[in-house]
Design a binder for this molecule. Sequence first.
Ligand code: ZN
Length: 250
Amino acid sequence: MPVDRTLFDEPLSESRAPNWRCPRCNGGHLRLMPETLHKKFSGDTNQAYKEEAFDYDWIITRFVAIVKCDNNECQETSVVAGIGKVIEVPNWEAQEIEYEDRYFPTYVNPSPPIIPLPKKCPESVTNELKIAAVSLWGDAASSANHLRSAVERLLDVLKVPKTKKGKNGRERLSLHMRIEIFEKNHPEQGQALKAAKWLGNAGSHAGVIEKKDVFNMFDILERVLEDIYAPHTKNLAKLIGAVNKAKGPV
Ligand SMILES: [Zn+2]
């Protein structure tokens, strides 16, 4: 299932956090602990506050808070930090404009998982995906680099060669060449990894990659990891074929 982008763009308010899945138990959701929320004006806002023309939409705050898993068996906690803004909320009954704080995270650690990870997914790949999830909040390029590393680690685990014989002894194979070797036996997954690699390459050039591209990389890797480590879609297709052929239970 594609990443739900809205979950990772939605701000927090004093009373609630978006429906982020817990990174520890995967069953609960992370909830804001209001008593842990601390905010202070930025330096520029402190300066501007003295000006006569000051308006609420000039406000930028820095905030930190703890979110906690609502599954009592788990109670995982996570640190959230970022930038706060003040938004206008019309109160139709009182016919007044009210002001509320909204908090936009640039750091969440441990981060809610961006994609579900199959249980059999190797630890070296999982580790890169977890770091990529933390980086995603504030640094899309770094996140893309970690996803690119996840592809490298996946090829390592699948025993795809890293070097070849050259004029001067063993030469390192590029990621592109390694994917092409892998693609010979896994054409679909190979094409998908190549697409992830192109997006990851863009992550090495600051400013070229955006959060939306990293979400696309996560979507592609989710599909490949599911194919390799949780092939229930393939199994389901086989089952459907078998039931149809037997015209009854198999
Ligand atoms: Zn939990």
